[in-house]
Ligand binder design. Structure first.
Ligand SMILES: O=C(O)CCC(=O)C(=O)O
Length: 268
């Protein structure tokens, strides 16, 4: 599979893409592995989000070798893109408007697998097309004002002007971390996992990458990737692991500190 120039242009302009039924042939396997990744003894009870990081690393590392996933990474980020970890979730209720940090120089993307049929009234992801470009004072103000849209504009979160990305399991959504996104009216066990990727960092910017990796300490993990992900990597997969593997040596100490300071690992 290859992305068309029109798809690449669409992503650059609007900050997201939808691939209907791209992974339909793997869906049964994906749902089975998703379910098995969550431990029996700590089942999601619907009261708050349950989240596992890194996620595909536990039982689905091979997704990183799938030609379709590779094609998305290569087309949007370059041949030598970095895998940046993954999260698996049972969501409970709404996810308010936010962006996943702001990356000015290097593109970071999320590939999202939603495993339930979702529409605007049942928790489908919403994005504000083109908002990944807002990185000036206007973007900063918007981050702040979006936190309480009712107070700011007398508009509930679900009515903020946005594109609703309906999904059928097997569809793939891809979005830029910088885009404003949210989800409203979902139930208490919405299933979703993501694969994060970014452009490879130039040597002079590696500290920025290390700072990003440090953020994973809140999940109490000692390495960015699981042993399985690293030990089963073919030379082709290694290309997408090596820059992070070379720059996660500070994570174990930071996680040890987080274990002392937090009651439980972060839920997102
Ligand atoms: O589906 C959701 O509730 C939100 C997903 C999201 O915010 C994310 O993956 O960054």
């Amino acid at each position: 599979m290859q992305l068309s120039q029109a798809q690449i242009d669409f992503f650059e302009t609007f900050g997201f893409l939808k691939f209907p039924q791209l992974m339909a042939d793997r869906l049964d396997w994906i749902i089975d592995e998703f379910t098995k990744t969550f431990p029996e003894e700590n089942k999601h009870d619907g009261t708050k989000r349950t989240c596992i990081v890194p996620f595909i690393d536990q039982r689905m590392s091979v997704l990183l070798d799938d030609p379709r996933i590779l094609a998305i990474g290569r087309a949007l980020l370059g041949e030598d893109f970095n895998y940046m970890g993954s999260d698996g979730n049972y969501y409970t209720g709404d996810t308010g408007w936010h962006r996943d940090g702001y990356h000015e120089k290097y593109r970071h993307i999320k590939i999202a697998f939603y495993l339930d049929q979702l529409g605007g009234d049942s928790g489908a992801l919403r994005v504000i097309p083109g908002s990944h470009w807002l990185h000036d004072k206007y973007g900063d103000d918007l981050t702040f004002r979006m936190r309480d849209s009712l107070k700011t504009w007398d508009v509930v979160g679900a009515d903020v002007p946005a594109q609703v990305l309906d999904v059928t399991p097997g569809d793939i959504l891809v979005f830029d971390h910088n885009i404003f996104h949210s989800s409203w009216k979902g139930n208490t066990s919405r299933r979703m996992f993501t694969i994060n990727m970014c452009q490879r960092y130039a040597e002079e910017d590696v500290q920025e990458l290390r700072d990003y990796i440090a953020g994973a300490a809140r999940f109490w993990i000692d390495r960015a990737f699981s042993e399985t992900m690293m030990n089963t990597a073919s030379p082709e997969r290694r290309v997408h692991l090596e820059q992070v593997m070379a720059n996660d040596d500070h994570l174990a100490a930071l996680s040890a500190k987080a274990r002392l300071e937090m009651a439980e690992p972060a839920r997102g």
